[in-house]
Each structure stands twice: as C-alpha cells, then as structure tokens.
Design a protein around this ligand. Structure first.
Ligand code: HEC
Length: 349
C-alpha cells in the first residue's frame, strides 16, 4: 500500500514539474515573423532593378514594388504576438489538470481489494487487516452459493459464517431462510432466539429458547441465553434453574455463570422479602443491589471493599452515596428501611 503511494507520487510529481515548468521561466521573446524583412529586402532589390530598367519593363517592376509595399503595410499593422503565447499556456494548464484528475481517479479506484468487495465494505472492515477481508469475501461467496442452491445446508453455512463475523443482520436473514425451508432446524431457532434477546425482546427469546432447550437439553449456548432472558424478565428462579443446567452440561464459562446465579439469587431473595412484607434483610439488599460491584462478601470488586470501610462510620455518608452515587458509582434507589437494614448489615461485617 505504501509502495503504491510512493510509486504514484514518483509518477505524478515529475510529470507535474515537467508540465508546469514553462510557467516559471521568463517568456522567450517571440521570434519576429521573417516575412516583413524578406519583403523589405525584395522591395529594395526591385527598386534597384527598376532604376536600371526602362519603359514597360520598369513599370512592371515598379508595379510589383507597389504591390509588395501594400503587403508589407498590411502585415505590420495586424500582428499581436501576446495572443500567440497565451494559447499554449492554457493548453499546458489543461494538460496538468487532466493529469491530476487521472491520478486522483487512479488512487481512488484501483486500490487493491479482495474480490467482490466494494470500497465501502473495505473501509468498514478497517482497511488492511488480511483475515477480515478474506472472511468478508468468504461470506459473499457463501451468500452467492446459498442464493443459487437455495437449500438448508448452504443458507445455514452462510448464516453461521455471518454469526461468527458478528454481522447479525446477515445472520438473521440467513437463519430466517433456513426456517422457511426447514421449520424444525434447531440451530436456526436457537440463533433466532439469541437474536431476539440481543434486540431487546426477552419475552420472544425465552419462548423460542425454551423450545430449543426442550429439544436439546445439553445445548449450553441456548441454556445461557435462556437464563439471560428469564433474568431480564425478572423470572429469577427460572434463570437460576436454567444456568444450573448450563453448569451441569459443562458450559464453557462456569465462572461467569456462577456469578450470574449468585446475583439472581440475591434478586430473588429481595423479591421474596418485598412480596412477604417482612422488614428487609440487610444481607439480602446487599446481595441484590451492591454485590455485583462490591463483591459477594463486600471484599471489593469493581468498587472498593465495604467490609470495615471507615466511610460506614460517618453519619449519613452511606445514605448520601447510595442515594446520589459517587464518582463512577451510579445512584442506587433504595427505600428508607432497606437502607437502614443495609447499613446495619455492612457495619456488622
Ligand atoms: C455499578 C456498580 C456499583 C454498584 C451497584 C454499587 N456500587 Fe458502590 N461504588 C462503586 C464504585 C465504582 C465506587 C468507587 C466510586 C469512586 O470513588 O469513583 C463505589 C463506592 C462506594 C462507596 C464509597 C467507598 C469509599 O471507600 O469511598 C460506598 C460506601 C459504596 N460504594 C456503597 C455501595 C452500596 C451500599 C451499594 C448498594 C446499595 C453500592 N455501593 C452499589 C460501584 C458500585
């Protein structure tokens, strides 16, 4: 790429210098038309000749002298040398302009690209990283093949590739076509369910993924997102149950899912405490509202440790921080009694 630019500069710069050179120079004096001098010489010669002649011969020669003198007078009056010089200058400028345009067009449209790629997709993918371009070209080939064959297998191949590239619009298009052709394709249903979840439709996601999980109870990807969908819907009990099945099935991210389970349990306890109208339990409030950032046992995480934190001994500080947030911590809306229970719980740690 850099080499290309250097080559282009190496071509364009000398060409421009060459083309524009006449502009920098003092204009050369335009050589006078030789004809008047010739005419004058001829007239002088003819006059000399006429002097030596007589009669009709002399008249004929003098007649020619008159003719030539009239020509000379005509020539002397009409010439305008400046106009003659301006024409080639304009031509040079036009040539330079054409050259410049050709150069720009070359740069713009002949950059090396992967087959089937447009300038737009090339810049979207981020320029020069080879594998991405190769993948993009592969995706284009798969789409072409899918449109040609129009069978489940090739649409699935296209959609899966788009999914891996995080091109979710293309993936949705592919999976939808798979389902048109084969209404029972589990992979397509699963991915559509996840796409529902990612687009903010947890209800639809939960419905679709529940069916997928019923058909294949060991599909950990489906289990993970089904749990996510339940959790987003506030159905924490079902979320915990689903994620526990994920762990049993040996899903690839047990740590992350365990912490999701812990949070959901906290939310669940808080829900139950609210529903039963009991006075709130500080530990329950803590796990539901604070543990995600301050650690399961207030030992610190994203936010500082709260166990034994001197801030807790300052009157009203906790309420102030929780109600209004501090630094990068957002405000956490809590009821009066929840806050009281929480303060007591934290002081006891
Ligand atoms: C979204 C994450 C998050 C949540 C939820 C959260 N905090 Fe924080 N908290 C933080 C961060 C980050 C800080 C440090 C803020 C700073 O100084 O920039 C912090 C700071 C604090 C501090 C001040 C600690 C110090 O040493 O200055 C207290 C007290 C605190 N949080 C209490 C709570 C309580 C109680 C809850 C639950 C009701 C809670 N936080 C919920 C992220 C969170």
């Amino acid at each position: 790429m850099t080499a290309f630019w250097i080559l282009l500069l190496a071509l364009v710069v000398p060409a421009l210098v060459y083309v524009l050179r006449p502009l920098g120079r003092e204009p050369e004096p335009f050589p006078a038309d030789p004809r008047p001098e010739e005419l004058k010489a001829e007239i002088a010669a003819l006059r000399q000749e006429a002097r030596e002649l007589e009669g009709a011969e002399q008249k004929r020669v003098l007649g020619r002298v008159v003719l030539l003198e009239r020509r000379l007078a005509e020539l002397g009056g009409e010439r305008a040398p400046a106009a003659v010089r301006r024409l080639p200058l304009a031509a040079w400028l036009a040539a330079a302009l054409v050259l410049l345009v050709v150069g720009v067009v070359l740069v713009r449209y002949t950059l090396p690209r992967a087959p089937g790629e447009t300038i737009t997709t090339s810049s979207q993918i981020g320029g020069e990283r080879g594998p991405d371009r190769a993948k993009l070209a592969k995706l284009a080939r798969l789409k072409e093949a899918a449109e040609r064959k129009d069978d489940v297998e090739s649409w699935l191949a296209y959609a899966n590739e788009a999914w891996d590239l995080a091109d979710y619009n293309a993936a949705a298009e592919g999976y939808k076509r798979v389902l048109d052709l084969d209404g029972k394709n589990l992979t397509a249903w699963k991915r559509m369910g996840i796409l529902f979840f990612m687009s903010g439709f947890p209800e639809d996601a939960a419905q679709v993924l529940a069916v997928v999980v019923a058909m294949d109870p060991t599909d950990t990807e489906a289990l993970l997102f089904l749990g996510n969908a339940y959790s987003m819907l506030g159905r924490f009990e079902e979320a915990v149950g689903t994620w526990e099945r994920y762990l049993e099935a040996g899903g690839p991210e047990p740590e992350r899912v365990r912490s999701l389970i812990a949070q959901a349990r906290g939310q669940l306890e808080a829900q139950e405490a609210n529903a039963s109208g009991r006075s709130p339990d500080g530990g329950v409030v803590y796990r539901a509202k604070c543990a995600a950032c301050h650690g399961e046992n207030a030992e610190g995480g994203l936010g500082p440790a709260l166990a034994g934190n001197p801030v807790l001994r300052v009157d009203g500080a906790l309420a102030e921080i929780v109600n209004n947030g501090t630094g990068s911590m957002p405000a956490v809306p809590l009821g009066e009694d929840e806050l009281e229970a929480l303060a007591a719980y934290l002081k006891g740690l």
